[in-house]
Design a protein around this ligand. Structure first.
Ligand code: IMP
Ligand code: MG
Length: 172
């Protein structure tokens, strides 16, 4: 079922765009360092490729959060894996795979701001802009994508398909 999915973003396109975004981030953080917070599990793939292309010194943290119960977005942030260290006074970059309604990222942003970072920025691989319900300022967006269910390069259907090397989609 997940074989030969139609391609939304090819491996080459993804890598090329990530290199551009990495350069943008480096330009914005000259002389600084960053605590990169990768949001498990989907953003692992994007995070690895992004930080390898960056020259800015980073420390890597992971968090696992969700605002989902079943397929409906609910109002609360569920923190399944929290930070291991203090981010007070640090430049923080949230690295997330996708923004859909914006609920997850807006709650996560609020949560992290309460820990008093020096700065807080957000990088996303894919923005389903037309689905937004909650306004969230994105600092770095690789791709604005149509309202399709994407699979591959970290994106899953019931935990499957994350290792597909490109971003495909399920046809409706
Ligand atoms: P939001 O809170 O509505 O912005 O939801 C974002 C979360 O929904 C992401 O972190 C994903 O886990 C999930 N999600 C949204 N769209 C897709 C998709 O097309 N494929 C896989 N997961 C998705
Ligand atoms: Mg998911």
């Amino acid at each position: 079922m997940l074989e030969n999915l139609p391609v939304l973003l090819s491996e080459e396109e993804v890598q090329k765009r990530i290199a551009e975004v990495a350069a943008e981030i480096d330009k914005d953080f000259v002389g600084e360092d960053i605590v990169v917070i990768s949001i498990l599990k989907g953003a692992i793939f994007f995070t690895v490729d992004l930080v390898k292309k960056m020259k800015t010194p980073i420390e890597l943290e992971v968090m696992q959060v969700s605002s989902y119960v079943g397929t409906e977005t609910t109002g609360n942030l569920l923190v399944k894996k929290d930070l291991d260290r203090d981010i007070a006074g640090r430049n923080v970059l949230i690295v997330e795979d996708i923004i859909d309604t914006g609920t997850t990222l807006s709650y996560l942003k609020e949560y992290l701001l309460s820990k008093n970072p020096k700065s807080l920025k957000i990088a996303v691989l894919a923005d389903k802009a037309e689905r937004r319900k909650v306004d969230v300022k994105l600092d770095y967006t690789c791709f604005v994508i149509p309202d399709k269910f994407v699979v591959g390069y970290g994106f899953d259907v019931d935990e499957k398909g994350r290792n597909i090397p490109y971003v495909g989609y399920i046809e409706d």
